[in-house]
Write a protein that binds this ligand. Structure first.
Ligand code: CUA
Length: 155
């Protein structure tokens, strides 16, 4: 079978790109430790509200300008709906949903996770810029979806 020169070149370009991209992905995940916000643990969704840490959602200081924000998504609000943190704070968001699938996205940040009932997700972010950040649900979760929002205030 005869393969055209251009066709051969095109196949080589494709093969090299594939190897490069796989290499970049492997490097990012293995050497740099970059992962998607992952599942940390699974709770029974019906019991979420009575299980720590979701029995007391909110913000706690865990170190020098380091905080832990326990955020519970439910129809149709976030608990708590407002978080006040100082500028430069590193915040670890620990979140889940108590009922249906919700989303947690904080505008202008890379905080963007799906809240799957009972599944605990963790994501970290350092707020260097002061201001108000809108926190929204980005998964359609029913008739009140558009009302499901909160805010992070960086002072
Ligand atoms: Cu919760 Cu959309």
């Amino acid at each position: 079978m005869r393969v055209h020169t251009y066709e051969k070149a095109f196949l080589w370009v494709g093969a090299v790109m594939l190897v490069l991209f796989l290499g970049a992905l492997s490097y990012a995940s293995l050497a740099m430790g970059i992962h998607l916000p992952g599942k940390v643990a699974q709770l029974d969704p019906a019991e979420v509200r009575s299980q720590p840490p979701f029995d007391a959602p909110g913000l706690r200081q865990v170190g020098d300008n380091e905080y832990e924000a326990v955020v519970l998504g439910q129809i149709w609000s976030f608990q708590p709906s407002e978080l006040r943190i100082p500028r430069g704070a590193k915040v670890t968001f620990i979140s889940t949903s108590a009922d249906v699938i919700h989303g947690l996205h904080i505008e202008r940040t890379r905080v963007n996770v799906m809240l799957i009932p009972g599944q605990i997700s963790k994501v970290e972010y350092t707020f260097d810029e002061p201001g108000e950040y809108l926190m929204i649900c980005h998964e359609y979760c029913g008739s009140g979806h558009h009302l499901m929002y909160g805010k992070v205030i960086v002072e």
